[in-house]
Design a protein around this ligand. Structure first.
Ligand code: GCW
Length: 643
């Protein structure tokens, strides 16, 4: 078996801390975890861990009793070149503080650190059975599940422990184990297969991570009742009894994650009830045990008539949920995808996220690269998330989000994420969820420094050159100007401009001989632009003010329309597609120079995948350019080859 990659926690990353004399005071499971990790590091690098108070001063002092205002996970670091003091109010803060010292590699750090939001969560779309279409992990691009294989638990707890350590080190504190599409076998995790969940929860607990479960809204029916009506008294009793059993088995269980009335999943609409009725039932039941419901807002008509331009999927979540603002219990987190469509490489922020002031809203990102190269392409997503969080082209999501959630990108692949460089996305999600103000390039530095300890400077320069702008490169060679999709239906890899154009999924570009894009204006379109707060509603409404990046998301524009950049729509399409494919080729060349600076297997994996990225980027370039040249008849002003 191939050895599992250490990702961003190779033994060498512990060198500085592992050579110190460290005192750890306090007690509890997480303090034991901290002490255990440090003992292992010290065993390797010559340091020493002492427990308890008194005795000689140590050069690293870790203790509880820090200021209560640090909260359950915060910590304070003080000290100088010779001595570091880490204090926390709670054991979880010591764990985070230890990982902080690791990534700062012994440089003196001063300050107090607290997470921006209390929950930073990863959703796994893992199935227990291999799904005939979606496989072991839905939209997974890194092999099988870490938790199940072909219907059975894997019980590779050493691997799950290594995973939990990686997650804790970047600040994650919650996981949902199974796919939001809960199929028949997976519905048993809540009941007679709860033991499997408990076993995994035991591993995650040691790293301060609470375990949640995706449940089917129809679970009572799957277990013998004749209804799942949220207002039915027997349904409530069923959930109460089932949930009590869950907490008897897993006392710190996090709660339920629900995809209801979405893409064919069961939900309250079947019974003429609202999503508030559905979510509140589960919330009340969980509240008795300190749990929460993550209720997904990904509700839209996936059987629409493409002929009907009055229906706009981008409005759906807003239209469904805003009437219920204020109606959800306090322990309901409305989990909203970051954009109004579906994890495209470019979308505006979802208008729903900023329209629910009386509701706890969790922003959902997709670390798994369904629409961003499927972990065959390098696409460092932190710049995209950062732009959404801080509000580059729209409302700043970090200002309103109650928490951050992301769909995980890991599997049983030896590199965890298929593409070794996709590990950076997982790391960066955790770090940005902790602190949305972080600079994506600085996060890349942290990740690279940990992952490749003591590598030559030129490797770090190359990683920045390849990764910093890789999301924009990906955007350049795929669907233009925010219009989205244009991927192969079903698996969603590679170009197919009209693949979704005449389907029921609500994902259109409306290209004709004169122009392209979806009119979402209030004046003449679906009105989606008007769902945003000021100033964004006006900005998006006007083709002259709308950021170029979103021009075709909000407008149907003639090919000769001049963008804010001064270039026409059609020339922009040609220019970006030639540039994007060239940039991908440049990435491959740059990586080729890195032979010998990283372990051979990792170098080789990245090299192979970059070859595929270059091939795919060319295919995108040529199909998109050919399509729009044939539609518009407008030649490339620079006379390049279009087929
Ligand atoms: O992006 C779409 C995916 C589905 C997924 C769905 C969702 C889990 O193609 O595979 O289902 O989103 O987010 O629920």
């Amino acid at each position: 078996m191939t050895e599992v990659d250490a990702a961003w926690l190779p033994p060498q990353a512990w060198r500085a801390i592992g050579s110190r004399r460290i005192r750890v005071t306090g007690s509890g499971l997480l303090v034991d975890t901290v002490a255990g990790e440090l003992r292992q590091a010290c065993g390797r690098f010559g340091g020493e861990v002492v427990r308890g108070t008194g005795g000689e001063p140590c050069d690293l002092e870790m203790s509880l009793g820090g200021d209560e205002s640090l909260g359950p996970e915060g910590y304070a670091l003080t000290g100088d070149d010779t001595r570091t003091v880490l204090r926390a109010a709670r054991p979880h803060g010591l764990l985070h503080g230890m990982f902080h010292l690791l990534r700062s590699d012994d440089a003196p750090v001063h300050g107090t650190f607290r997470p921006a939001v209390p929950r930073r969560m990863l959703d796994h779309w893992d199935n227990v059975d291999v799904h005939p279409v979606m496989g072991q992990v839905e939209r997974g691009y890194a092999g099988g599940s870490l938790f199940w294989r072909a219907g059975r638990p894997r019980r590779d707890l050493a691997r799950v422990t290594a995973y939990a350590r990686l997650l804790a080190s970047c600040g994650i504190n919650a996981v949902a184990l199974n796919n939001v599409n809960v199929h028949a076998t997976e519905a048993h995790l809540l009941t007679d297969r709860l033991g499997e969940v408990a076993e995994l929860a035991g591993v995650f607990r040691r790293y301060g991570i609470r375990t949640h479960l995706s449940v089917s809204f129809a679970a009572p029916v799957l277990h013998g009742l004749d209804t799942a009506d949220p207002l039915d008294v027997w349904v409530r009793r069923w959930w109460e009894k089932t949930t009590a059993q869950v907490y008897a088995t897993i006392p710190d269980f996090g709660g339920y994650l629900v995809k209801a009335d979405s893409e064919g999943r069961p939900g309250p609409f079947t019974y003429g009830r609202s999503h508030a009725d559905g979510a509140n039932l589960l919330a009340d039941v969980l509240a008795a045990h300190g749990g929460v419901v993550h209720w997904r807002a990904f509700v839209y008509n996936h059987r629409q008539d493409w002929r009907d331009r009055g229906v706009d999927r981008a409005r759906a979540a807003f239209d469904h949920f805003t009437p219920h603002d204020g109606a959800f219990r306090d322990n309901v987190v409305l989990q909203v995808k970051h954009g109004p469509m579906d994890f495209q490489a470019r979308e505006p922020a979802s208008p729903l996220i900023v329209a629910m002031p009386e509701t706890q809203v969790g922003v959902e990102f997709q670390v798994t690269q369904e629409y961003t190269g499927q972990q065959r392409h390098v696409c460092y997503l932190a710049p995209m998330w950062s732009a959404l969080l801080t509000g580059t082209h729209g409302p700043a999501l970090a200002e309103v989000a109650a928490e951050f959630v992301a769909v995980a990108n890991v599997g049983d692949d030896p590199f965890w994420t298929g593409h070794p460089l996709a590990q950076a996305n997982l790391y960066a999600f955790g770090r940005l969820a902790w602190d949305p103000e972080l600079d994506p390039a600085a996060v890349l530095d942290e990740w690279a420094g940990l992952t490749f300890p003591r590598a030559p400077r030129r490797l770090f320069d190359a990683l920045h050159a390849i990764m910093d702008d890789s999301w924009r490169t990906y955007e350049r060679y795929t669907a233009p100007l925010g219009v989205g999709f244009m991927v192969r239906p079903g698996h969603h890899y590679g170009p197919d401009v009209d693949g979704y154009e005449y389907t029921p999924w609500g994902t259109y570009h409306h290209a004709d001989r004169d122009g392209v894009g979806v009119d979402r204006t209030v004046a003449s379109g679906t009105g989606c632009a008007g769902l945003y707060p000021k100033p964004w509603a006006q900005v998006y409404e006007s083709p002259d003010e709308c950021p170029d990046e979103l021009a075709l998301f909000f407008h149907h524009l003639p090919y000769e329309h001049v963008l804010r950049s001064g270039v026409t729509v059609i020339q922009h399409i040609y220019d970006t597609h030639f540039a994007g494919a060239d940039e991908a080729a440049g990435m491959r060349e740059r990586w080729a120079e890195m032979a010998g600076t990283v372990p051979a297997a990792k170098f080789e994996r990245v090299r192979e995948l970059l070859a595929e990225q270059v091939r795919s980027a060319r295919e995108w370039r040529d199909q998109i350019n050919a399509y729009f040249f044939r539609k518009s008849g407008v030649p490339d002003a620079k006379g390049r080859q279009i087929y």
